[in-house]
Design a protein. Structure first.
Length: 303
């Protein structure tokens, strides 16, 4: 096994097991953090047939088949392909998407599994051959509880439910159900009227339907996008774009523009956070709001 061999299979998502002289852990992509029972069976069979019979779950929702000998790697990859599974997820590329279970979670405000699958298809697979200045991590969260920490990813999406409050309908109840339901105290009854703090509200939607007099009945689904987060050797919290996107297609286009921005303006070896720091968040946001990056997509990707 030469260094070239090791690098070749690393590019396929196969990482050296340092406890052995010739074995690798094979990283299987789960696309959106969810796999079928049949796929799970296939991973299990592959682990028994080619590996030590064990699998390890990574923090970013991939599954690593343990201790596979170098000479079995290509056969294992072909075996997984028969079940529609792929290995990968390494290098300066779009990394496998991480998704919370917002689709089924009681707090979920968007269909996270569906959106993550679309991101997987369009950006993980669609940009497979694109080399970025550094790795590019994307996470999708269903609500501001941030279970998958979208703001600590290069690009993070958070589901939103934006209230349009009709204060005219408020009757100033003694015990306001909305005030009670709001976890961050963005609502308060003052002098017999509800006061709603738009800036404090995190669009969690917990107040929906709580007011018996319909002051909190109108809501819009949205997608908040954070850019420039990371968590590792160095840490930075992503900054949310000031605009909350109210359609999935706008959200997906904004993700693509952010990716193109990183590809276009990033310097080899720097994370997206550093690119944004260098060019300024305002400039990054301006470019993401314009169509320039998408119009220049072919030119940017040909670099
Ligand atoms: S982020 Fe929200 S929707 Fe997603 S799992 Fe956590 S609580 Fe549920
Ligand atoms: S429950 Fe509705 S009507 Fe009553 S105080 Fe709260 S917002 Fe106003
Ligand atoms: S959406 Fe959430 S934060 Fe905003 S007012 Fe309603 S409960 Fe409070």
């Amino acid at each position: 096994m030469t260094n070239e061999d090791i690098l070749r299979v690393k590019g396929l998502g196969c990482l050296r097991d340092k406890t052995t002289p010739d074995c690798f852990n094979i990283r299987v992509i789960t696309r959106n953090g969810k796999i079928t029972a049949e796929e799970l069976d296939a991973i299990s069979m592959a682990a028994k047939k080619f590996g030590s019979g064990e699998v390890a779950f990574t923090t970013r929702q991939t599954v690593e088949i343990q201790r596979v000998k170098y000479e079995n790697i290509d056969t294992l990859i072909d075996f997984l392909k028969e079940y529609g599974l792929e290995t990968g997820g390494t290098g300066p590329k779009v990394r496998p998407v991480v998704s919370c279970k917002g689709t089924t979670c009681v707090f979920g405000l968007i269909d996270t599994f569906d959106l993550s699958m679309k991101i997987h298809q369009r950006f993980y697979k669609g940009y497979r051959n694109v080399k970025f200045p550094h790795k590019l991590k994307i996470a999708v969260g269903g609500c501001p509880n941030n279970c998958v920490k979208p703001d600590l990813n290069d690009i993070g999406i958070v589901g939103q439910l934006i209230p349009t409050v009709d204060t005219e309908k408020c009757r100033g109840c003694k015990a306001c159900a909305v005030e009670k339901a709001c976890p961050i105290k963005a609502c308060k009854v003052v002098d017999g009227k509800i006061e709603y703090d738009r800036n404090a509200c995190n669009n969690c939607g917990r107040c929906k339907g709580k007011c018996p007099f319909n002051a909190f009945d109108s809501y819009t689904v949205g997608y908040k996008i954070y850019i420039g987060g990371r968590w590792g050797k160095q840490f930075s919290r992503g900054i949310a774009l000031s605009r909350i996107f109210t359609s999935e297609s706008e959200c997906l286009n904004a993700i693509e523009k952010a990716m193109l921005l990183f590809k276009d303006k990033g310097i080899q070896g720097e994370r997206f956070a550093q690119t944004i720091d260098r060019i300024s968040f305002d400039e990054a946001e301006k470019l993401i709001y314009s169509n320039e990056l998408l119009e220049r997509k072919d030119e940017i990707l040909s670099k």
